[in-house]
Design a protein around this ligand. Sequence first.
Ligand SMILES: *Cc1c(COP(=O)(O)O)cnc(C)c1O
Length: 459
Amino acid sequence: MPLHNRNRIDPISEDVYEDPMSNTLLNKFQLPQNSTQPEVIAQFIKDELLLDGNAKQNLATFCTTWMEDEVHDIMDLCVDKNMIDKDEYPQTAEMEARCVHILADLWNSPQAHTTLGCSTTGSSEACMLGGLAMKWRWRQKREAAGLDASKPNLVVGPVQICWHKFARYFDVELRQIPLEGNEVSTNPEKIKDYVDENTIGVIPTLGVTYTCVYEDVAAMAKELDDIQSEKGWDIPIHVDAASGGFIAPFIQPELEWDFRIDRVKSINASGHKYGLAPLGVGWVVWRSEEDLPKDLIFYVDYLGGNMATFALNFSRPGGQIVAQYYNFLRLGFEGYRGVQQACVDTAQWLADEISKLGPFEMFYDGRGGLPALSYTLKEGDWGFNLYDLSDKVRQHGWQIASYPLPNDRQDTVIQRILIRHGISRDMAALLLRDIKAAVEYYKAHPVSHSSSTRTFHHT
Ligand SMILES: *Cc1c(COP(=O)(O)O)cnc(C)c1O
């Protein structure tokens, strides 16, 4: 007899598949009337989850899919900590602040010890905060000068969807510079045709989602310097370094894209992408304290002091932040460099091997940007298109994205493979084997199609 009557159906057997629940369909639209033994229902849910793709074989995502056992322990330990309760969990709050300063230092902030920044749920929220700060600074300047502040615009290249959301949710006109000809990233020279006195900022992407290349932040800043000399408009840059913010400092340390450039006022990155933290954490950091308008900050009393918070969310789990701090201390600069370099080397190796297969034209071969590769299908009668290839390798569990390029290059379909922590050279070789087999298969069994259009969501 259980101590508490929990009004649940007790199992008749040790074996969950002998339980009466095993002969029923799980409720899908209504709460069940009664409770069920945890091990029974947990087993059925675990079974259902098997139908999801295997995360490690998902080479379409930038997000972390492999973690050390210690990270699992930390996540478990923190499962009940709410990061917004800074009074109750002051050490978690402190670890968040340490991460901000570590990133500010990694990205060469001139005031790395004092500047402001925060954790977010990911780069999307971080971009919203970066965008809001730009909108506020622009409006304050306009109002102080007695000028109209009702028509803000934001100038971007091939940005991730979060910037389209920012523009719509916060009522800012999005001016997107199209990709033309063979361009894979924003041509800095075009910026002057898109900005004006109402431009709140320009967003270069360090690691364009679609092509994995870095946009030339320094050249874009230089264009904006010239525009300022000529027209007097002082237009700031926010760098969307969702992926590149955790790659460039380790792999391309000489590349100037960060706070070394005066015009860069804020930077975001996804802790849960190449930051190697578990899903659910992003970061945004301002160049210096003055670059974040004060009236966007809410102050929370915290251990006799005042803790600045700036966020769209309130309650959030603390584990991802603590795990991020763990990774920083555990790996250090050299550890991150080693992890990222191994990914870069494997991406370049795989790009070279896939080039040798014949049908593919490398679009990005893993050199100079993110640890990734992307390619198109050469003109020819190969018996398949890239969507067919994605389908075929999916039979072996591999998830590889095929999609058209954005703005004005939609006619070009590319396939993109991301290499991240946990994808070994041997695993990449197994993928290569399956791609090779698919090419051979379609040679023997060509598909005929009119055209296929698919949608694909970039993460
Ligand atoms: C992934 C990505 C985002 C969105 O980041 P989340 O962490 O998934 O919210 C924004 N910008 C770029 C360039 C990205 O690659």
